[in-house]
Design a protein around this ligand. Structure first.
Ligand code: ADP
Ligand code: AMP
Length: 214
């Protein structure tokens, strides 16, 4: 199972990818998480990525493609994966397809989690993330059992710098301009499945499981 999860920032890609990867025993690969890991480790790639992340812009294609293609070549991704936040541009999608084709592989499905802008703003403003495992919570719709503490591993929760409203607006514009064209890209390949992302988490999960044939 090789799946690309599409949707604007805050649609619930990370939330759903975590559940789906557990259920289907495949890897969850999130480009944003990989950049934040580099940032935390103080690598050169992390410092470069931060410049773009802080502005709500995309990290350049060449470095992003290289990072993700290396990641999907790791052993735990052999049985399949859910890509979350990648591809985000048409050149990224083309590079992914070309790399897979050389191995006789392909993406199976590209579910699009659709959520309205006002709801995205509410979700990102109330989002808290675990520093250790990156699980996302929401202070109203999906709170942790204990405020500030991750249910899964007890990690500390924090709010992302780029979830501030002014950066969120830039990220949503970036999505419309650079990532939304992927909808027709995967539609042409007959892989796109539209999912109503405004339903409760469990209902979205059920729709996604149907979409990927599980
Ligand atoms: P993305 O990875 O697409 O940016 P997240 O999975 O981090 O989005 O979710 C964004 C925020 O919305 C988080 O605070 C999460 O807890 C919350 N959330 C996710 N799915 C839903 C849902 N179906 N209903 C309400 N809130 C949700
Ligand atoms: P996310 O965690 O998916 O919201 O991503 C956070 C930030 O990381 C984005 O706003 C971008 O700056 C950067 N990023 C993540 N994935 C990509 C990608 N596929 N291409 C370019 N930049 C990305």
């Amino acid at each position: 199972m090789r799946v690309v999860l599409l949707g604007p920032p805050g649609a619930g890609k990370g939330t759903q990818a975590k559940v789906l990867s557990d259920r289907a025993s495949v890897a969850h690969i999130a480009s944003g998480d990989l950049f934040r890991k580099h940032l935390g480790e103080g690598t050169e790639l992390g410092r470069l990525a931060k410049i773009f992340m802080d502005r709500g812009e995309l990290v350049p294609d060449d470095v992003t493609i290289h990072m993700v293609l290396e990641r999907i070549a790791e052993p735990d991704a052999k049985g399949g994966y859910i890509l979350d936040g990648f591809p985000r541009t048409v050149p990224q999608a083309e590079a992914l397809d070309e790399a897979l084709a050389t191995k006789g592989q392909a993406i199976h499905k590209a579910p699009l989690i659709a959520v309205e802008t006002d709801e995205l703003m509410r979700r990102l403003a109330g989002r808290w993330i675990c520093r250790a495992c990156q699980t996302a919570y929401h202070e109203v719709t999906n709170p942790p059992r204990q405020a500030g503490v991750c249910d899964r591993d007890g990690g500390a929760l924090y709010q992302r710098e780029d979830d501030k409203p002014e950066v969120v607006r830039a990220r949503l514009e970036t999505y419309d301009r650079q990532t939304a064209p992927l909808i027709s890209y995967y539609e042409k390949q007959r892989k796109l499945v539209r999912i109503d992302g405004q339903q409760p988490v469990e209902a979205v999960t059920a729709a996604l499981l149907r979409a990927v044939g599980r």
